[in-house]
Design a protein around this ligand. Structure first.
Ligand code: NZQ
Ligand code: ZN
Length: 389
């Protein structure tokens, strides 16, 4: 087991009726609050009114930035940072899914920078400060509520870049499963695929000595496989929504890394799909992940596939190893494309091979390095994209 540092400094209020703590938590950081949200789902479900009421009850001054898009744009980051500088904002309150939370993280960082926020993504300027961030999560998927990462798109250059900065870690997150009852079938399914992928990116590595964490990750994957169909059938099933919500946070908050030497593979490939075609992140991952698995399965990697097939899907351990591995991949496909009902190919979502060469080169630069389960060069990535057609 390698050395590592465990430090996940987000305070979580989990469950129903916890918003009474919102005002006191925000007040710890000052008086002026910038509330950030997306296209209006929080108004439809009555969450906006509740949040505003808590802010007013606490005597805080409210400012707003709305209209943050899925695959959030750098233009929203710049707009938010301008408000922070102009109004002297003390604390940011992100109410939404991963897109709103990610955008808010960079707003907090850009508030301390005088240029275009895109410079931060291009690593032209260091991020050493960020305004304090409080989140109210409304969609179980990205884990942004409990990690220090964020992904921002620049449609002008077809770029989508994700970075991690410890100062962007939310101070407090409110996780109320009931606010996810309104998440539709498609977003629930895409969220589940994203959670699965976050675990798979770490689980499939060449470290052999982390039984404890492997077991945790198998449990997280089984949780998603068990409860997503329940949430699809009964959107207001508390047990299902609660299990998915907590799994989404723990899949990516750093705990399962445990010093493993690993590099992510499917996320860099997916971010290029989203950058060029503005597709939903989880959908891209669902299409890519089983193909990536098929591409990486060989004599060297088979052991992990067998462990996954047996422990996650309960495949008969007495079968030949290759059969277990292949059945495991097929079971994941069935989960994504039959149980969750997601589209199964890039062709179905009108993506052809026009940009594969460039996307593969960019993805190879972003990740899949020497610590990857199987290091991927641009040629490998292009082949995987073609397997998805
Ligand atoms: O914009 P609104 O009106 O809020 O509607 C959203 C949006 O249309 C809707 N929604 C959210 N909560 C809802 C709801 N609709 C009804 N009821 C609710 N309670 O769902 C749509 C998608 O929202 P979005 O925030 O885009 O989804 P998600 O949480 O999947 O976030 C995706 C973004 O996060 C990035 C992705 O790349 C993508 O840009 N990621 C962030 C990560 C991180 N910070 O660690 C890691 C991930 O791997 C991922 O890359
Ligand atoms: Zn993801």
């Amino acid at each position: 087991m390698n050395n590592f540092v465990y430090d996940i400094p987000t305070k979580v209020y989990f469950g129903e009726n916890q918003l009474g703590n919102l005002g006191p938590e925000l007040s710890k950081y000052g008086k002026k609050v910038l509330l950030t949200y997306g296209g209006g789902s929080i108004k439809k479900i009555g969450l906006y009114d509740k949040v505003v009421e808590e802010i007013k009850k606490a005597g805080l001054e409210l400012f707003e930035l709305s209209g943050i898009d899925p695959n959030p744009r750098v233009s929203s980051v710049n707009a938010g940072a301008d408000i922070c500088k102009r109004e002297g904002i003390d604390v940011l309150l992100a109410v939404g899914g991963g897109s709103v939370i990610d955008c808010t993280k960079y707003i907090g960082a850009a508030a301390y920078y005088d240029g275009d926020a895109w410079d931060i993504l291009l690593k032209k300027t260091p991020v050493e400060q960020c305004l304090p961030i409080v989140t109210v999560l409304t969609l179980s998927a990205t884990g942004s509520e409990m990690d220090s990462g964020g992904v921002i798109s620049n449609p002008e250059t077809n770029d989508k870049i994700g970075l991690l900065f410890p100062v962007m870690q939310p101070k407090v997150s409110f996780l109320d499963p009931t606010v996810t009852y309104s998440v539709n079938r498609y977003q629930t399914a895409c969220g589940a695929a994203d959670i699965m992928s976050h675990i798979i990116e770490v689980y499939f590595n060449m470290n052999q000595d982390l039984y404890m964490l492997d077991t945790v990750m198998e449990g997280l994957m089984k949780t998603v496989i068990k409860y997503t169909p329940v949430a699809l059938a009964e959107p207001d099933n508390y047990e299902a929504r609660a299990n998915l919500m907590w799994a989404s946070s723990w899949a990516i908050n750093g705990f399962v890394n445990g010093g493993k030497r690993h590099a992510w593979s499917c996320h860099p490939m997916e971010h290029e799909l989203s950058a060029f075609y503005d597709i939903t992140h989880g959908l891209g991952l669902a299409i890519l992940t089983p193909r990536w698995m098929g591409y990486t399965l060989d004599e060297k990697t088979i052991g992990k596939f067998v462990q996954y097939g047996v422990n996650v899907f309960g495949i008969d351990p007495t079968l030949p190893q290759m059969e277990i591995a292949q059945q495991g991949i097929e079971r994941l496909k069935a989960f994504f494309f039959e149980t969750l009902g997601l589209q199964s190919t890039l062709t179905e979502i009108d993506i052809d091979d026009t940009h594969f060469g460039l996307m593969a080169e960019k993805a190879a630069e972003l990740g899949a390095t020497k610590y990857a389960f199987r290091p991927l060069a641009a040629e490998d990535i292009e082949k995987i994209y073609r397997m998805c057609l």
